[in-house]
Ligand binder design. Structure first.
Ligand code: IVH
Length: 681
């Protein structure tokens, strides 16, 4: 940061400035420790940068008056538990600014130093992650180091290797080359992890950078793999051979080596043009999969870097322009308590509508009761709202000076605002839960989740329709979705024939969605989209998953002990078992990518419901079920009127009697083989 010292200071003023400098330096050092070592910052990046900028300003004044001062150190992220190694060339930091004027001053300094030499700019997104140094020796991955103190970093090679697509070999045969980049967690993964945490009653992670940093510094490798970290590379550090001339060529080279590259970058002839691209980045960055907190402006011509040189901490050929987080002040009209799918009560602030980053904000999550009491948030308060990570509006501060004299602390209720059941707080959880599974908002949220885009993706069946269908008792659980008829839908207020038919067709289409979608749709505690995909890839069919033991599940990377027990108990639960049977009978047969469902409507299996019992001699029941499903049939566990055929092997139990009493068709193994004959390879 740059400042102009125009004022003359007296000796006592200088003494006061020195005292302030020492105090702020101690504060910076505290926040450095919280940020770099503990990944748990107490202030926002913006507040930290303001603090650092004030320290720099004081340092400049004090140095003019020749006052001896301690300097700010570069942050250090090293932790015990990891081995440290030296970087082949130092990992510096970037000087940064929030001001357009200072960006133009950076350009003037470049012009002054470079004189007649021609240069241009490259503008890259500044990825909000953790710096990483990847060392390759003769083209083979050798080691990954965190920045550490800039000279020595922690060896996180094992964790880095969990990143999908990390090239272990690159087309470069230099004795040693350092590839520099940023490890991050993408928006979708972060939001998904927090959603699961909130469902589990745990405090959500504050921001993706800290979560990615904490994950990268975890010694439990399985946990790292489950967190799906990503990497973007943007620079070459040390290289024993000269390779390219421009930074833009570096980015292309990294892409050719097989690394994920920047979402977008721009080249500009001058600072005016560069500024336009910085603004363009600010407009478009919300669509990037990673969070960007600014733009990095670099001189594109690499041969000029030596002439431009560096300060003790940062190079003079680059600067980070950081986007000021947009904030607004508004009033809390009310605190609404929402009942979630898992019974968790989430307090939400109902705000006087305010414009923030181009959108109208009228609600902000308050997360949980602790958060309300920690910040002492009250109805009627004036608060500052900020869009955390550009997406979710959050309350960052309460303006105590505008609080009315009769305002009272918010009292979190002891009973469910919807069904009146006693709320409980489970050990280790911050959330309060309603444990009544029949509590209507919970059922509605479960249905909404099941049809949502990341689960069964049933377009048209929105919350309002679900609510109305629940009110007339047409929807009580997820299986009921597949029982809906044209009449059920058409009877709903203002519902046209065309819309009703469209929804029914969307419901029908969802029946063979991939297995992971169905698994995610069940809403099993802790099973987000990612884990659902891991499970589907491992088991390929619902029956294989249902048959899995906790021990078997624990072995799967990204599942772990807690989830494995949750999965097993979910499938063992009687009501859930019945709903699964109903789904099968209603034709919900997830595809696994391998299973090609036959649409031969003349087959004896197509769209019929089967139950298998007893022992088959030519195949296992599981194999028989797969064959039936491949021919478009459904296989259920229990006998009911919706079953068409019972296939009875040797030593069958009570199912045979029950099927006979209901007058169902019964096949023995020979009947099964005859019907399969010629239709299954
Ligand atoms: S170039 C001398 N390019 O931001 C350092 N850094 O706050 C040269 N960062 O230390 C780094 N995106 O960890 C560069 N496109 C980008 C970046 C980037 C994020 C990080 C990097 C750097 C930090 C500075």
């Amino acid at each position: 940061m740059v400042s102009n010292i125009t004022k003359t200071y007296s000796t006592s003023e200088i003494r006061a400035l020195k005292a302030r400098y020492d105090k702020l330096l101690a504060e910076v050092s505290l926040h450095d420790r919280l940020y770099y070592r503990e990944n748990n910052p107490r202030i926002s990046d913006f507040e930290y940068d303001c603090l650092k900028s004030e320290v720099e300003r004081l340092r400049e004044i004090l140095s003019v008056y020749a006052v001896e001062i301690e300097d700010t150190a570069i942050g250090d992220d090293r932790n015990s538990g990891f081995q440290s190694f030296a970087h082949l060339s130092p990992m510096m930091s970037l000087s940064n600014t929030y001001s357009r004027e200072e960006l133009f001053q950076f350009s003037s300094r470049l012009e002054a130093t470079l004189g007649q030499r021609k240069f241009s700019y490259i503008i890259e997104p500044k990825i909000d992650g953790i710096a990483i140094n990847l060392i390759y020796r003769r083209g083979k991955f050798f080691r990954a180091l965190t920045r550490g103190n800039g000279t020595v970093g922690d060896d996180v090679s094992a964790n880095i290797k969990t990143i999908k697509g990390l090239p272990l070999e690159i087309e470069n045969h230099a004795e040693a080359i350092e590839i520099r980049g940023e490890v991050y967690m993408d928006k979708q993964t972060f939001i998904g992890i927090n959603k699961i945490r909130e469902e589990q009653g745990l405090e959500p992670f504050a921001n993706p950078r800290n979560l990615a940093a904490g994950t990268l510094k975890t010694l439990a490798i399985d946990e790292v793999a489950g967190r799906d970290l990503k990497l973007i590379t943007y620079a070459v550090g040390h290289c024993s051979e000269k390779i390219v001339n421009l930074q833009s060529e570096v980015l292309e080279l990294l892409k050719n080596f097989g690394f994920a590259s920047q979402e977008k970058y721009w080249m500009a002839k001058n600072i005016e043009e560069a500024w336009k691209f910085v603004e363009e980045l600010n407009e478009t960055r919300h669509i990037f999969p990673y969070w960007t907190d600014g733009a990095v402006l670099k001189v594109n011509e690499l041969q000029l870097y030596e002439i431009l040189g560096a300060t003790a901490k940062s190079p003079r050929w680059a600067i980070a322009y950081k986007f000021t987080p947009e904030r607004a002040t508004t009033k809390i009209k009310n605190v609404v308590l929402q009942v979630g799918r898992t019974g968790i009560i989430t307090p939400v602030a109902d705000l006087e509508s305010v414009q923030l980053s181009g959108t109208n904000v009228s609600r902000a999550t308050l997360h949980n009761a602790d958060e309300i009491s920690k910040k002492d948030i009250r109805i009627g308060d004036y608060v500052t709202v900020e869009k955390a990570g550009e997406i979710i509006p959050a309350i960052v501060a309460v303006d105590g000076t505008r609080r009315s004299a009769d305002s009272m602390p918010f009292v979190f209720p002891k009973t469910c605002p919807s069904c009146g059941s006693q709320l409980i707080q489970l050990p280790g959880e911050v959330a309060w839960r309603c444990q009544n599974l029949c509590c209507l908002p919970q059922i509605q949220r479960r249905l909404e989740h099941f049809v949502s885009r990341t689960a069964m993706d049933i377009d048209g069946l929105g919350s309002a329709i679900i609510e109305k269908l629940m009110a007339v008792k047409k929807l009580n659980n997820i299986a009921d979705i597949y029982r809906l008829t044209f009449d059920d839908l058409e009877r709903l207020e203002k519902f046209g024939t065309k819309s009703a038919l469209k929804i029914l067709s969307n419901i029908d289409h969802s029946k063979n969605r991939p297995l992971w979608r169905l698994l995610h749709g069940f809403g099993i505690l802790g099973i987000g989209e990612q884990t659902a995909k891991i499970l589907a890839n491992h088991f390929h069919s619902l029956d294989n998953l249902i048959a899995a033991t906790p021990e078997e599940l624990e072995q799967i990377s990204g599942v772990g002990i807690k989830l494995s027990h949750g999965i097993v108990s979910f499938f063992r639960e009687q009501h859930n078992g019945n709903i699964l049977d109903d789904l099968r009978m209603l034709g919900v047969v997830p595809g696994d990518g391998r299973l090609e469902i036959s649409r031969n409507q003349n087959s004896k299996f197509y769209a019929k419901n089967f139950v298998l019992t007893g022992t088959l001699s030519s195949m296992t029941r599981q194999e028989a079920a797969e064959k039936i499903e491949r021919l478009g049939g459904n296989v259920a566990n229990a006998i009911s009127r919706q079953v068409n055929v019972l296939i009875a092997g040797e030593n069958c139990g009570s199912k045979l009697g029950k099927a006979q009493s209901l007058g169902l068709e019964i096949w023995n193994e020979t009947d099964l083989l005859e019907n399969l004959n010629g239709v299954v390879a």
